[in-house]
Write a protein that binds this ligand. Structure first.
Ligand code: ADP
Ligand code: MG
Length: 316
């Protein structure tokens, strides 16, 4: 079934959950929001384009989930609590089944984080999704990229390389391992971990473009270098089962799309960090140390290691 713009918007509006601080949601020229006094707004935007960020045959529900997940991951990386957002949806046609499926995934994740969809835009065009997400964070408590200091430990949550591993399988035309595909299609934004790291982590970034590329952003912003041990990078059992050691390392170090958090913390904060990880229910692995100088210096068995590529860049 195909529907026009206003019918589609009515369908979306029907499903959008309420939130106490949304004075006016979908339906007028603007939404009206009442942020709690004294909090800072963390604002981020990420777009997903068909053929660039996802294969054309991606299930609509996975797309809805992932489009929101990548934005919530940015909020998590700043230590912000997700609050509201807007959605620009460009669709080739007013395909109701697609839209309903998309919002099944979108609202499933939104509900987990109390995130309210308060507006957006619906247009005809190549399939493309852009979301602006707003979060709340206490002034001075946001986790930034520029706070890493020489001697800090470098940590990463969860496991690395799973999403890239699934993509590699898909590109090679072999069936994707279910556990890897789940990580590619339905990444988990580490919101609770980001919140728990406030006051503990000295810097933080979410791993979207690949660990080496994203850690390099922390190094540049903080004016420091990073020594990391490639053998220390965490891998899932599913990834180990699907790839040999050389391919595994490349996927872990340079594959993107896992949406884990890479963060730094002074060694003296290790007790507080242990409690924060327990509180968030997320595992993290120490993978190296912040050093003087610049750039990321990966080693394997004490010898300098380099990946064939350092992450995904548009227009490169
Ligand atoms: P306008 O022309 O005044 O910008 P629209 O007709 O584009 O308004 O949208 C009507 C209402 O529906 C607005 O409140 C808008 O924010 C909301 N809206 C439109 N598209 C979406 C969407 N994809 N998701 C959420 N809200 C949407
Ligand atoms: Mg208007």
């Amino acid at each position: 079934m195909s529907q026009g713009e206003f019918d589609l918007i009515a369908r979306i509006r029907q499903r959008a959950a309420a939130r106490g601080d949304v004075a006016l949601g979908i339906g007028d020229d603007c939404a009206l929001l009442a942020p709690p006094p004294g909090m800072q707004l963390a604002v981020t935007m990420d777009a997903l384009n068909v053929g660039v960020h996802f294969p054309p045959d991606t299930a609509p529900a996975d797309l809805g989930w992932k489009a929101l997940a990548v934005n919530l991951s940015d909020l998590a990386a700043m230590g912000a609590q997700p609050a509201w957002g807007t959605l620009s949806l460009s669709l080739p046609q007013g395909d109701v089944a697609f839209v309903d499926g998309f919002f099944d995934g979108f609202f499933a994740l939104a509900a987990q984080h109390g995130f309210a969809l308060v507006g957006g835009d619906t247009t005809r065009g190549p399939l493309s999704i852009a979301i602006t997400a707003h979060g709340l964070v206490e002034p001075g408590q946001a986790l930034r990229r520029d706070g890493a200091r020489v001697g800090d430990d470098i940590w990463v949550s969860g496991t690395l390389g799973d999403a890239a591993g699934a993509l590699r399988q898909w590109q090679a035309g072999v069936p994707m391992s279910p556990a890897l595909q789940a990580r590619l299609d339905r990444p988990t934004p580490r919101v609770a971990l980001g919140r728990a790291l406030r006051g503990i982590a000295s810097s933080c970034i979410d791993v979207s473009d690949g660990l080496l590329a994203d850690l390099a952003h922390i190094c540049r912003a903080s004016g420091v270098g990073a020594e990391i041990d490639i053998d220390a990078l965490p891998a899932s059992a599913a990834l180990r089962a699907a790839f040999g050691p050389d391919a595994l390392r490349v996927l872990q170090a340079a594959g993107g799309d896992d949406y884990e958090l890479c963060f730094t913390a002074p060694a003296a904060a290790s007790d507080a960090l242990g409690m924060a990880l327990a509180e968030a229910g997320t595992a993290a692995t120490r993978i190296g140390t912040i050093s003087a100088g610049s750039g990321v210096r990966p080693t394997l068995g004490g010898v300098a290691w380099s990946a064939p590529a350092t992450g995904w860049q548009h227009f490169a």
